[in-house]
Design a protein around this ligand. Structure first.
Ligand code: G4P
Length: 535
């Protein structure tokens, strides 16, 4: 087997997705502890420190400028090189999360068993579904009185439109939580609150009628477990690796992250099951990770918050071949050669210069303005990776320059921050100077103003716009599309790729116009438009 094959089979690159407060930070920390990547709990910074104040956010970003390694955490475990992508917890930055999902091969979904399926979980799973990303699920906080586990499975299956396949099953809940039964390996994992799990807490029980079960968890919970398992086997098919790998079904684990219970089993299962780097789609062709020639794409750009250093870090996901330091590559969008002397690998607490990286790895590249989110880098082939969608923003504003003497700085700042993905910028079809800003959260508007002023010395102001629901539009009939655009010109915007967007004032209005224009297709992400447009 070639070095490339060996390396890529070892790689496991995944993102943890959840609604804030479900326990993502706690789980990440425990995973890193198992991986030996950190030695003390509390070392992982919580994304939720981003409370609604801009100054807090800026302070945190500044900190991150020095230790951006918290965005990607790599460690060795069970013979695999694991890369975990951290995704911002704050809903105002959810676009960053969606983009991060394009750079991973699978996802770990964390659900708070007290709250069940929540808002952001739905949206994130929709993105995973769109790409058939395999999802493993961890039901967290079983040490609290939460929803009935059967109800949780049912809710997950129904609301996330994915088959659920319980792999472990809880015994009791809250105060009476005794542990889980591993349905696949037929063993009991006993839980003792506040204590570290010991090897003796794992008891093999091949047959649930074994009285040892009653001894270990008490007769009443033993009886309930027997009944539950009988019921489960009638309702849910056994776990099937192919169903998981195609994103049709998710294995479900139960535990308590804060008590470090059930996490090792989860990590072991992911190490055994989760996919190695998968093929990635470019507009031109499907790229296999085992191809000799290097290719990759930029999914995130992180500004260096020190205003005296204009450089940024571009996060590049290696898709095929071997990435080598100091080798000259090809930046497809500009058609120019590109070479880097200091590519960075992200390990849990540190970033370090790497000499080579393999498919599945994320490399940090110091960038002085060459890269945009979505850019492809190759050894010369003209391909463009897909899958960096723009999502319909939820807040729109006209943006104007508030300091006429700083016109140049204003345009430069706006362009660069849009490239970084801080905001999306649209224009009116025949009025390129009228610019409309789209963001997913109010906080982004404030961050933009702050950064324009502190990094570019420019001032911007916002004006209200009465249109707030956006859909990318396309049609198989160019004439129908043109007529639609002409007829609704007041409601049309153009994105940076030149795709038209139809804006409406209300869902009701949108549904009415959609029903009257059957030749037009409406999409809530730009990726769908690109997919449909591809032959
Ligand atoms: P997030 O990154 O998804 O936002 O969640 P995070 O890990 O920060 O966890 C959110 C809260 O839930 C934290 O409490 C955390 O301690 C708690 N938590 C995580 N896992 C479990 C669990 O298994 N059981 C219980 N009972 N709680 C859990 P907090 O009070 O908000 O913060 P902290 O002061 O404990 O850090």
């Amino acid at each position: 087997m070639s070095e490339l094959d060996t390396q890529l089979r070892r790689r496991l690159t995944f993102a943890i997705i959840s609604h804030p407060d479900s326990g993502k930070t706690t789980i990440t920390e425990k995973l890193l502890l198992f991986g030996g990547a950190i030695h003390i709990a509390g070392a992982v910074k919580s994304g939720k420190t981003m409370k609604a104040s801009v100054s807090d956010f800026m302070a945190m970003e500044k900190e991150r400028g020095i230790s951006i390694s918290t965005s990607v955490m790599g460690f060795e475990y069970g013979g695999r090189k694991i890369n975990i992508l951290d995704t911002p917890g704050h809903a105002d930055f959810s676009e960053d999360t969606y983009r991060g999902l394009s750079a991973v091969d699978s996802a770990l979904l964390v659900i708070d068993s007290v709250k069940g399926v929540e808002d952001r979980t739905r949206k994130l799973c929709e993105v995973c579904r769109m790409r058939h990303t395999p999802i493993a699920t961890f039901m967290n906080k079983l040490d609290r009185e939460g929803k009935d586990p059967m109800e949780l499975l049912d809710e997950t299956e129904r609301e996330l439109a994915i088959g659920v396949r319980p792999v472990t099953w809880p015994i009791g809940q809250g105060k009476s939580f005794k542990g889980v039964y591993d349905l696949v390996q037929k063993r009991l994992l006993l839980f003792f609150p506040g204590e570290v799990q010991r090897p003796s807490d794992v008891v093999t029980i091949d047959d649930l009628s074994n009285p040892l079960l009653d001894q270990k968890v008490g007769s009443s919970l033993a009886t309930k477990l027997r009944d539950d398992v009988a019921l489960l086997s009638g309702v849910y098919p056994a776990f099937d690796a192919d169903e998981y790998l195609s994103g049709k079904a998710t294995p479900v684990f139960f535990g308590s992250a804060i008590n470090n219970f059930g996490i090792r089993e989860l990590l072991d299962a992911m190490t055994a099951l989760a996919p190695a780097p998968t093929a990635k789609h470019s507009e031109e062709r499907v790229v296999q990770p085992s191809e000799d020639k290097f290719s990759g794409f930029v999914f995130k750009i992180h500004a260096n918050m020190n205003p005296r250093h204009r450089d940024r870090v571009a996060f590049l996901r290696v898709c095929s071949g071997t990435f080598e330091r100091n080798k000259t590559y090809y930046h497809v969008r500009s058609g120019k050669p590109f070479r880097t002397a200091n590519p960075t690998a992200f390990m849990a607490q540190d970033s370090e210069i790497v000499n080579e990286a393999w498919p599945g790895d994320i490399v940090g590249i110091h960038d002085t303005g060459t890269f945009k989110i979505g850019d492809t880098v190759t050894e010369g082939e003209e391909i463009n990776f897909k899958g960096i969608p723009s999502f319909a923003p939820q807040i729109f504003r006209y943006i104007v320059n508030a300091d006429p003497l700083k016109e140049k700085q204003y345009h430069k700042g706006l362009d660069q921050l849009a490239e970084e993905g801080v905001v999306q910028i649209f224009s009116k079809p025949h009025q390129p100077n009228v610019r409309v800003l789209g963001v997913v959260g109010q906080l982004q508007l404030e961050v933009l103003q702050y950064r324009m002023e502190h990094e570019y010395g420019a001032k911007c102001a916002y004006r209200p716009i009465d249109l707030n629901i956006a859909h990318w539009i396309t049609s198989d009939e160019p004439k129908a599309l043109k007529e639609f655009i002409d007829e609704h010109s007041r409601r049309i915007l153009v994105d940076i790729r030149g795709t038209h967007i139809f804006m409406s004032e209300s869902e009701w209005q949108f549904e009415r116009i959609k029903a009257n224009n059957l030749a037009i297709r409406f999409y809530s992400t730009s990726e769908m438009v690109a997919d449909r447009a591809a032959p």
